[in-house]
Design a protein around this ligand. Structure first.
Ligand code: NAD
Ligand code: UDX
Length: 462
């Protein structure tokens, strides 16, 4: 099928590349010319395991192109994905200006044939109808007839000229495993009241669903859930809000464990064995960050407010998370007392492993707080230390390896659970430190091994 993906960030690029990889004819559009040039040269602008390889093979097979030409993209695609960012405004609302620009642009360039316009971006509930309206505005703008002197502008009939449906198709991929998640979705959610659009979307995803069977004939079939548009939009917010609340829940339990002397890792194992609870997303630590949970939970709270409902549980989940981001600082104060004049080394900067994404990363808050208290902050991150991203950071010296990081540190804090951090030579690092202290902000390291290596070890809730 002929597909156009507009916006080539973590979601748009992965979606476009994976759809091309299963044989669709995909054009990806972005306004960022530098990014487009990079992608045209076969390079991925983001770090995502496995992405660059299938991007290059899909380009070589002639299934994948990159461009800044929205008109060309709209003319090419029978299915047009909107996959631009929807960051949080200072009020907590979702900033939909990029979606609006794309929807208007699509309207301006609609070329007559039937199109399915897909909201892949996470957009506030009710955006399906709103996008339809904006697209029609775009159509109308194009069709403005010259205004006679002193006359009022007139439009032709956009509804007749523009033949399209809007589908909400929320994305559930996780950064760091985005390619895997796209090829192995837990479910595909399609929100629309148009049987024609739904049929086209099902056809689009069939090769992805079949690919999983080809790899593992015993695999469970991927459920395809068809809903109305608003429910599909709500599924996205409710999923992220649930997962974020689950993490805040275990973090609250961890804080109680700290006080009563229980071990939250054992508690999480014990409760996770109950199949009604499940063992995933019960890792206590420094709190949730990233480009989705914080903004999506805030946006849902805001939507509830708009409709006269106070989302108390969600507000509490955010409060617990905000407090949790102080926890490593409190533990540093507990062991080092005064932080002024001390040097703290951070293991990890990204909001989670296997990504280069720093949006709402807990490390950024910790750096700010440590600076405010007069501590010197150093950091090592497997991706950030090797990339241009390190130049954008202030208040932190980014080291190129973990051993250098340890030099003259009064304490280390593990912020991101990168697998590599399990294999470091902690005994050697401890020798280089002023005092071998480690705060394991993710309960990720081998506590006994660190104690044997001479470290004072503090975890979260254990
Ligand atoms: P991103 O910020 O990484 O990328 C957005 C891209 O859109 C950028 O490359 C930007 O240049 C481009 N863009 C902006 N305006 C444009 C325009 N008018 N025309 C063409 N391109 C334009 O965003 P992301 O993280 O991929 O998120 C995209 C959407 O998907 C958001 O709504 C987000 O909430 C949702 N989502 C993200 C994730 C995730 O893990 N990042 C997961 C699920 C859903
Ligand atoms: C999330 C959702 O999982 C995904 O479905 C959605 O499409 C986008 O948002 P992502 O933000 O990429 O994905 O990462 P995720 O693995 O969910 O982690 C989010 C945050 O929660 C990270 O900061 C992570 O460190 C933290 N986390 C996760 C915990 O603190 N404990 C856990 O048990 C799991």
């Amino acid at each position: 099928m002929r597909v156009c993906v507009i916006g080539t960030g973590y979601v748009g690029l992965v979606t476009g590349v994976c759809l091309a990889n299963v044989g669709h004819d995909v054009v990806c559009i972005d306004v960022n010319e530098e990014k487009v040039k990079l992608m045209q040269a076969g390079q991925s602008p983001i770090f995502e395991p496995g992405l660059a390889e299938i991007m290059q093979s899909s380009m070589a097979a002639g299934h994948l192109q990159f461009s800044t030409d929205l008109k060309g993209g709209v003319e090419h695609g029978d299915i047009l994905f909107i996959a631009v960012g929807t960051p949080a405004l200072p009020t907590g609302e979702s900033d939909t200006r990029y979606v609006e620009a794309v929807a208007r642009g699509i309207g301006t360039h609609l070329n007559g044939g039937y199109k399915v316009i897909v909201n892949k971006s996470t957009v506030p509930i009710g955006s399906g109808d709103w996008v339809r309206m904006i697209v029609l505005d775009g159509v109308a703008e194009r069709q403005l007839v010259p205004v006679p002197a002193g006359g009022i502008p007139e439009t032709t009939h956009p509804e007749v000229a523009a033949d399209f449906d809007v589908v909400s198709n929320p994305e559930f991929l996780r950064e760091g495993s985005a390619v895997y998640d796209t090829f192995n979705p837990d479910r595909i959610v399609l929100g629309s009241n148009s049987p024609r659009a739904i049929a086209m979307m099902k056809e689009l995803y069939t090769p992805i669903i079949e690919r999983r069977f080809a790899e593992d004939p015993s695999a469970e079939p991927v459920p395809v859930l068809v809903t109305d548009i608003s429910s599909a939009e709500m599924v996205k917010y409710a999923s992220n809000a649930f997962l974020a609340t689950k993490i805040s829940f275990i973090n609250e339990v961890a804080n109680i464990c700290d006080r009563v002397g229980a071990d939250v890792t054992q508690v999480a194992q014990g409760i996770g064995l109950d199949s009604r609870i499940g063992k995933k997303f019960l890792q206590a630590g420094i709190g949730w960050g990233g480009s989705c949970f914080p903004k999506d939970v805030s946006a849902l709270i805001h939507t509830a407010d708009d409709y006269g409902y106070e989302a108390q549980l969600l507000k509490a989940a955010v409060e617990v998370n905000d407090r949790q981001r102080q926890i490593t600082l409190e533990k540093l104060q507990q062991v080092l007392k005064i932080l002024k004049g001390k040097t703290v080394g951070l293991l990890g900067l990204t909001f989670k492993p296997d990504t280069d994404d720093m949006r709402d990363a807990p490390a950024l808050i910790l750096i700010e707080q440590l600076n405010r208290l007069g501590a010197k902050v150093k950091a090592y991150d497997p991706i950030v230390s090797q990339s241009g991203l390190r130049h954008g950071l202030t208040g932190v010296i980014v080291e190129t390896d973990a051993t250098l990081l340890a030099d003259h540190c009064d304490a280390l804090v593990l912020v991101t659970d990168w697998q590599q951090f399990k294999e470091l030579d902690y005994a050697a690092m401890g020798q280089r430190m002023n005092s071998p202290i480690i705060i394991d902000g993710r309960n990720f390291l081998d506590r006994e091994a660190l104690v044997r290596a001479g470290f004072q070890y503090l975890g979260i809730g254990r």
